[in-house]
Design a protein around this ligand. Structure first.
Ligand code: M6R
Length: 359
């Protein structure tokens, strides 16, 4: 049941310290290379490029994974499952296909996975459901072990997928290239191991409810971020529209000035995910602020975005990749509190189903 929580979504947000512990268990060994059971790293030695495919939130996890693989020195692309057959030629040999699907039953994603198999390339399914269709089709299922997710809005499974893909990215980079080129990989691994505690910290101290009530009733919410932060911004916007029924969009920070800026007014808060120092996102957010838009900085205390912003959602000062995951937890809470204040059907939003089994 929901226990002390009013909604499954809130329960699932608060269970992330536990679900992340399960995802990580036995897979990280204090600072060393991650170890993934079921994958024989030697089979990854020939991987030259990775295609990550998913739908909705799982597509955003795929974007997260692709950004990280590219930073780690492995060429990668995230593709929306529903666009896979129209927008993608047959893969070259030495391509690794990764299906990202919580349920393992999403028709669009299964269609892409089947096609990849027909093409004879190696397939992995990152999924939450043991023996799901995706797990059975793919050569290698990688289970995120997040436990059942009841709320239609994916929360803990996104976090676990992103962590799983972070681990996978390092295993692939090590096997294919000999070493990952991601910044400060040792800190990444130690901070990933401590991520459950960091999430606990965010959950205990979040100002998301106050920010939600302060800005509710505005025309639209724009979420911006760059690189990995862009995948978090897009996920933040999807969650927001899904459960609040309010208008929200997620953009790459630098794209704001190429069109969406025309929509910006004092009634369009900009939620800026700033997880690296010296980020251009700050400048992009300030361009919107000049047009009257309030800025909510999702950043560590002391980040240059914070002094410029109108409101702040804090993330612990950990490795930038982990900050992004923690920023996402803040955005989950922001959406949740907006939807709760509006009295929405949070666990079963109108028109949506937990698992979409039609194309
Ligand atoms: O089960 P899957 O991860 O394949 O589901 C994919 C999407 O349908 C799903 O993530 C959807 O976008 C969620 N309702 C988002 O909260």
């Amino acid at each position: 049941g929901k226990g002390q929580y009013e909604h499954f979504m809130l329960k699932e947000i608060f269970s992330q310290p536990t679900s992340l512990k399960k995802t990580i268990e036995g897979r990280i060994d204090s600072g060393a290379e991650p170890a993934l059971e079921d994958i024989d790293a030697s089979t990854l030695a020939d991987v030259e490029r990775v295609r990550l495919v998913g739908s909705g939130t799982s597509y955003h996890a795929a974007l997260f994974g692709a950004a990280l693989l590219n930073q780690s020195g492995v060429s990668a692309r995230a593709i929306r499952a529903s666009e896979y057959d129209v927008n993608t030629g047959d893969p070259e040999p030495n391509t690794l296909f990764v299906a990202v699907t919580q349920s393992g039953e999403t028709a669009d994603t299964l269609g892409a996975l089947r096609r990849a198999k027909r093409n004879g390339i190696d397939t992995i399914a990152v999924t939450n459901v043991v023996q799901s269709t995706a797990a059975r089709i793919a050569e290698t299922p990688l289970y995120i072990r997040a436990g059942p997710e009841i709320g239609v809005a994916a929360t803990k499974t996104f976090s676990s997928q992103a962590v799983m893909l972070t681990l996978l990215s390092q295993v692939v980079a090590d096997a294919a290239d000999g070493a990952s080129t991601v910044d400060d990989v040792e800190r990444l691994m130690t901070d990933l191991e401590r991520l459950p505690e960091s999430v606990e910290e965010v959950l205990a101290s979040s100002d998301a409810e106050a920010v939600a009530t302060h800005y509710l009733g505005k025309d639209a919410f724009f979420f911006i971020g760059r690189g990995i932060g862009c995948s978090v911004a897009k996920e933040g916007a999807l969650k927001f529209k899904e459960i609040t029924y309010e208008h929200a969009e997620g953009f790459a920070s630098g794209e704001l000035k190429h069109g969406p800026l025309a929509l910006v007014t004092e009634d369009t808060p900009i939620v800026a995910v700033c997880t690296r120092s010296g980020e251009r996102t700050v400048k992009n957010a300030m361009e919107a602020q000049t047009r009257g838009a309030p800025i909510v900085a999702v950043a560590p205390a002391g980040h240059e975005a914070v002094s410029e912003a109108d409101a702040h959602l804090s993330v612990p000062d950990v490795h930038p990749v982990c900050r992004s995951l923690l920023a996402n937890v803040q955005l989950q809470l922001l959406s949740y509190h907006c939807a709760a204040t509006l009295g929405r059907a949070i666990d079963k939003p109108r028109n949506l189903a937990k698992s979409v089994t039609v194309e």
